[in-house]
Design a protein around this ligand. Structure first.
Ligand code: CTP
Length: 398
């Protein structure tokens, strides 16, 4: 349900803090990555070790003294969503007034992610005009408030104020994170420029960095897909939700891609694969004294062709790094048997290899060509997925 999604669970100091442990476990079971942040009062009710054991990461309990000099902004930026459960009246008040005096409230103040607040307190506190006002304020911020239920409260009392059922909290979080439009898809992405050995020191390579493939992979995860990234480039700085398979040569890439392709529903081939490789790479270093070497070349495997032939065949997106006119791109889309070809002129200033931006045209084998402006690779990735999702809506899945 939450594959690749990053949830920050905020825990405050109420008796319902023990239910936060159950919530953490549920989010993990549902494939989310979970980090926790606790107020000092929360630690009076439940140990940080419980959350460390459940989530695999130590909770943030203090703004100071840890290895991260700014744990609140790190967590705030990492989160796809923050859920504070239980939320005491004190924390509710701090959130309403933008206080950042502890790690939890500072994290909420620093985030741009959606915030879900599940209060738990005594009936009188919940019904007090100050709390009513605080709830109204945070709702105006856009926070989602899950009202407490009626039931047993601390100290043997009974009434409205018990933390909402954790399964209800999970359902609300699911509704906000949303089922991405790539939910259920398994996506293969090839990325980077392959390296073909000449000798143990030298190789034939190209200028591809792997950034475009990394952006395509990240965007797919964010839209709910499971992603296998077979890359000869630099690994993404954020591997959340991505199965990263590092490779070096075209042959390695072919082996990895062909192994995974039959399980994948969509393949996006961003890699710049060398078309030729030295026929007999040397096991020892070529010496200058030996004079000019003769390096016989042979063709490399066509990774895309092998993916095209896999059974069942994934929906196939090819890339074409061209120089100058994109006239040949429609022919290439037909020849390669792709469903969509993303063509880019790598000679354009500030676009293509190594750059953070790309200027592409979306080309279909039917001859439709759509030119897009120069934009960040993350936006190109979004544009690609928008078109893939649209195309797959109008044609049944393979
Ligand atoms: N590709 C691949 N394996 C290869 C060569 C290319 O998977 N050995 C993929 C690329 O990742 C890209 C698409 O095929 O998605 C087109 O690559 P390109 O180099 O433009 O195609 P070529 O057929 O090699 O065409 P050209 O004649 O322009 O070199």
């Amino acid at each position: 349900m939450f594959a690749g999604r990053r949830i920050v669970l905020g825990v405050t100091g109420g008796v319902a803090a023990y239910k936060a442990a159950y919530l953490a476990r549920r989010f993990i079971e549902l494939d989310a990555e979970v980090r926790t942040v606790m107020t000092p009062a929360a630690e009076q009710f439940i140990g940080a070790a419980t959350f460390a054991a459940l989530t695999g990461t130590n909770p943030v309990t203090d703004l100071f003294g840890g290895t991260d000099v700014s744990p609140h902004t790190t967590l705030a930026a990492w989160a796809d969503l923050i859920v504070v459960a239980p939320t005491t009246a004190a924390t509710l008040s701090k959130l309403a007034h933008g206080e950042s005096s502890n790690a939890l409230t500072a994290t909420v103040l620093a985030t741009r992610a959606p915030v879900v607040v599940a209060p738990a307190m005594h009936t009188e506190m919940w019904e007090h005009p100050a709390t009513r006002e605080n709830v109204a304020i945070i709702e105006r911020f856009g926070y989602t408030v899950i009202p407490p239920e009626s039931g047993a409260l601390a100290g043997g009392d009974h009434g409205v104020g018990r933390l909402a059922d954790p399964e209800m909290i999970v359902a609300v979080v699911d509704g906000i994170l949303g089922t991405g439009d790539l939910e259920g898809e398994v996506v293969l992405v090839t990325a980077g420029g392959t390296r073909e050995s000449i000798d143990p020191v030298r190789y034939i390579g190209n200028r591809s960095s792997g950034k475009m493939g990394n952006a395509v992979a990240r965007s797919a995860v964010d839209r709910g897909a499971r992603v296998i990234l077979v890359s000869a480039g630099t690994a993404p700085s954020d591997l959340g939700g991505i199965q990263f398979v590092p490779v070096e040569s075209a042959a390695d890439m072919a082996e990895a891609a062909w192994t995974h392709a039959p399980q994948c529903t969509i393949a996006v081939m961003t890699a710049a694969v060398a078309d030729f490789r030295p026929k007999e790479p040397r096991s020892d270093k070529l010496r200058r004294a030996e004079g000019l070497p003769d390096i016989d070349l042979e063709p490399t495997p066509d990774v895309l062709k092998g993916v095209h032939e896999s059974d069942p065949r994934p929906y196939l997106v090819g890339f074409a790094a061209e120089v100058g006119s994109l006239d040949t791109a429609v022919d290439k889309a037909k020849r390669k048997g792709v469903d969509l070809l993303v063509a880019n002129d790598v000679a354009i200033e500030g676009s293509g290899f190594g750059s953070d931006n790309n200027q592409v045209a979306m080309v279909t084998p039917l001859g439709d060509v759509e030119h897009l402006p120069l934009m960040p690779k993350a936006d190109v990735a979004t544009a690609i997925w928008d078109r893939v999702v649209e195309a797959r809506r109008s044609t049944p899945r393979t």
